[in-house]
Write a protein that binds this ligand. Structure first.
Ligand SMILES: NC(=O)c1ccc[n+]([C@@H]2O[C@H](COP(=O)([O-])OP(=O)(O)OC[C@H]3O[C@@H](n4cnc5c(N)ncnc54)[C@H](O)[C@@H]3O)[C@@H](O)[C@H]2O)c1
Ligand SMILES: [Zn+2]
Length: 358
């Protein structure tokens, strides 16, 4: 069963197809869109071996000529240097403006290939083939592309929507559990922002999800993608409602930074969501019962529920640094119940209290 979403507005609208084996639809889609016959597949060696090689074979069989470009695995590949190397290869292969770039992999590949697609010859057609839970529910949706610059994450980038996204949920079966947990943190985030039924579903089906049962993967990826898709469609350029997607990220980013990235992004935002839930509970926005359900679901996902021993002063400084200050207060996305969040300005003293109460 394949689900098709429509994301973005007007001319920048694009379809997102989610389902088992959905990548087979890429070939008819390319033919219909009159793209090719030359294509560039951007991936990393591990993902190429798992999914890229067979994709290359079927594309070739259907008459496409595939240039494969790989970058090393890991966040460090999201750099201007890697972008430069890809530009060099594209020009060596005489890439023209109608040559589609296929981004096969997780968010690192999607962000880097997206940035290259947006900038090379002022824009090549971009096709996302996300293969991680995080990239299927989060980074492939919304048109943000970026590379890191010196120590700053996502500092250089541009909004550039893909032409189409094919999310093959079967690829999640080879994903290491640490990466599943990372993606689940964003799934839980989206559920808390906009879908109480997804929370219920996860409470009931987390074991089946962890066992990677296809129908459960499909339900969860679709539900989470629909939430993100609807938010980014309403606010393409991150000026309003899209900021709710920062739920858990204000304290989460601080935890990542203060731990020198020893705490993973998913673990950090799981903790950030719990801290935001506690703050919301203190200001009488969020019932204690919902807070314990949030803690429980985070635990079911294999994510941490208590802060590692980090310097709380440094944490608070990092939160203040995270540009969300207005009138001395800190801007937070806070839950009011499971399925709804609001923006609130919070006194730093209260944040400090919740951080040290651990
Ligand atoms: N553009 C956006 O809106 C947006 C949103 C959220 C995150 N991001 C970015 O996404 C990146 C993180 O993405 P990620 O979590 O997907 O990490 P990732 O891209 O680093 O992938 C994680 C690991 O999984 C491996 N992998 C990928 N697919 C696999 C599969 N099917 N089976 C086995 N292994 C597989 C990769 O080789 C990699 O080692 C960060 O750079 C972050 O900034 C972007
Ligand atoms: Zn995140």
């Amino acid at each position: 069963l394949i689900k098709i979403l429509r994301v973005g507005q007007g001319k920048r609208e694009y379809p997102v197809a989610i389902g088992p084996g959905v990548t087979v639809r890429l070939i008819p889609w390319l033919k219909k869109a009159r793209l090719g016959p030359r294509l560039c597949l951007i991936t990393n060696p591990a993902v190429f071996e798992l999914y890229g090689a067979s994709l290359q074979v079927s594309l070739t069989r259907y008459g496409f000529e595939v240039v494969v470009l790989t970058v090393p695995e890991g966040e460090a590949a999201k750099s201007l240097e890697s972008a430069g190397e890809l530009y060099t290869e594209l020009s060596r292969h005489l890439a023209e403006r109608n040559m589609p770039l296929l981004a096969l992999g997780g968010g690192v590949i999607g962000d880097l290939a997206g940035f290259v697609a947006a900038t090379y010859l002022r824009g090549l057609p971009l096709i996302h083939l996300p293969t991680t839970l995080l990239s299927q529910v989060d980074s492939s949706l919304g048109g943000k592309t970026a590379v890191n610059f010196s120590t700053l994450k996502n500092q250089i980038g541009v909004f550039y929507p893909p032409r189409v996204v094919f999310s093959d949920i079967e690829t999640l079966k080879t994903l290491p559990s640490r990466e599943i947990a990372n993606g689940l943190a964003e799934v839980i985030k989206s559920a808390v922002i906009g879908n109480p039924r997804l929370i219920f579903f996860l409470e009931k089906n987390m074991e089946k999800f962890m066992a990677r049962e296809s129908n459960v993967l499909q339900t969860v990826v679709c539900a989470a993608a629909i939430i993100k898709a609807s938010i980014v469609t309403r606010d393409e350029y991150d000026r309003g409602v899209r900021q709710t997607l920062n739920f858990g990220h204000t304290i989460g980013h601080a935890i990542e930074a203060v731990s020198s990235f020893q705490v993973s992004h998913g673990e950090a935002i799981a903790l950030g969501m719990i801290m935001a839930g506690k703050i919301a509970n203190r200001v009488r926005l969020f019932p204690a019962r919902d807070l314990s359900r949030l803690q429980h679901i985070i635990q079911l996902a294999g994510l941490p529920g208590t802060l590692p021993s980090l310097d709380t002063t440094a944490l608070l400084e990092a939160v203040k640094h995270d540009k969300k200050i207005s009138g001395g207060k800190l801007r937070f996305v806070l839950p009011v119940r499971l399925g709804q969040v609001i923006m609130r300005d919070i006194e730093p003293a209260l944040v400090a209290e919740v951080l040290t109460a651990e």
